[in-house]
Design a protein around this ligand. Structure first.
Ligand code: GTQ
Length: 350
């Protein structure tokens, strides 16, 4: 039944006036926004994006002339998603940035409820200290700074050091659960020797009758050398995933689960000639290429990446990976948070 135009515009005007009246009581009609609030499938403002390290690096080094690590507290260029300007978000739920520490600099001790990961991109010999234990950083190392652990960074080497930071800043902001404290001293006193956690938790052993005390891995450094060696050995006799190639996930050795409650991290080998099958998953993912070159097709667009380049795959956008040579990709996402809420989905697309 068609309604005359004049009757329709009367209805519209009445509704509008009604919306204005209820706005005074801080109420708003669901039916105007229902399908935006409850979409048929994820509709993220997050866009696919690529940061080429060769383009980013000169600006990062330039920031080293503008501000010290001490003054900045953390000298980081945020990799802000082009679909969410002003948000300081890389995906809707995660933050990523490139942190620079010059020789002799210190990023002073602080702690916060936001969880952080570091993935070392360039340089050798700087350290991160987590709750009194230092770990020296090498390219490709994966390091975690769990929620509310004290951490400071320093660079006693004579090269600039750059790493990719990944934090759950948007998740913690969403929950309004952010706390932060600065340490009394810039550099934490060393409470344990280097590698203590590695031998205690990362040598296929755990302390006698050890019980996990937190949702975070007690192991906080995952050296690239060991991850890379594992991939190399497995390539000959492991099954290749049609989309992910040879993909492994970083683990909390005390639980077998993800290393942090909000962020999962992965490392994958894609052999030359591999044509990854298209897939999509609800966890938007930040990738960092470590070795090799290739192309990823994300939402129908092609992104060509090489060593140290960083790219983002949004939630539920189709993606496939096509390495031009043997490639290693590191990646992280909010998968543990989604899984603990029963939300995570992934599907292969024919
Ligand atoms: O290294 O503690 O990229 O607190 C953003 C906030 C790094 C850090 C970031 C931080 C840190």
């Amino acid at each position: 039944m068609s309604v005359p135009n004049s009757a329709q515009s009367t209805v519209q005007a009445e509704r509008k006036a009604y919306y204005q009246r209820i706005a005074g009581l801080s109420m708003t009609p669901l039916w105007e926004v229902l399908h935006a609030l409850v979409p048929a499938q994820p509709a993220s403002p997050c866009q696919p994006a690529l940061w080429r390290y060769a383009e980013v690096r000169p600006f990062l080094l330039e920031s080293g002339q503008l501000i010290t690590a001490l003054e900045a507290e953390r000298r980081v260029l945020i990799l802000e998603n082009p679909g969410m300007p002003g948000s300081s978000c890389t995906t809707h739920s995660l933050y990523a940035g490139l942190q620079l520490i010059l020789p002799g600099e210190v990023a002073p001790a602080h702690r916060h409820t936001q969880t952080a990961l570091r993935f070392v991109v360039e340089g050798l010999g700087a350290y991160t200290a987590v709750d009194g234990e230092r770990t020296t950083m090498h390219p490709g190392d994966f390091i975690i700074t769990p929620s509310w652990t004290w951490h400071d960074h320093g660079n006693p080497s004579d090269e600039p050091m750059v790493w990719l930071d990944g934090l759950d800043i948007p998740i913690v902001a969403f929950f309004d659960a952010g706390f932060m404290q600065r340490g009394g001293e810039q550099t934490q006193r060393e409470a344990r020797p280097q590698h203590d956690a590695e031998y205690r938790y990362g040598a296929n052993l755990l302390p006698y009758e050890y019980e996990a005390r937190s949702l975070n891995s007690p192991l906080f450094s995952y050296p690239y050398e060991r991850s890379r060696e594992a991939l190399e050995h497995l390539r000959r006799n492991a099954a290749w995933h049609p989309s992910h190639g040879l993909k492994m996930q970083y683990v909390n050795p005390a639980t077998g689960g993800y290393p942090m409650p909000t962020i999962a991290a992965f490392i994958q080998l894609l052999p030359q000639g591999f044509q990854g099958q298209t897939y999509r998953s609800t966890d938007a993912t930040v990738f960092c290429c470590i070795e090799g070159r290739g192309v990823s097709r994300i939402g129908g667009k092609e992104f060509a990446w090489g060593p140290r380049d960083i790219f983002v795959v949004p939630s539920w956008l189709s993606v496939s990976h096509h390495p031009a040579q043997d490639c290693v990709l590191f990646s992280f996402s909010d998968r543990p948070a989604q899984k603990s809420l029963g939300l995570w989905r992934e599907e292969l697309i024919a």
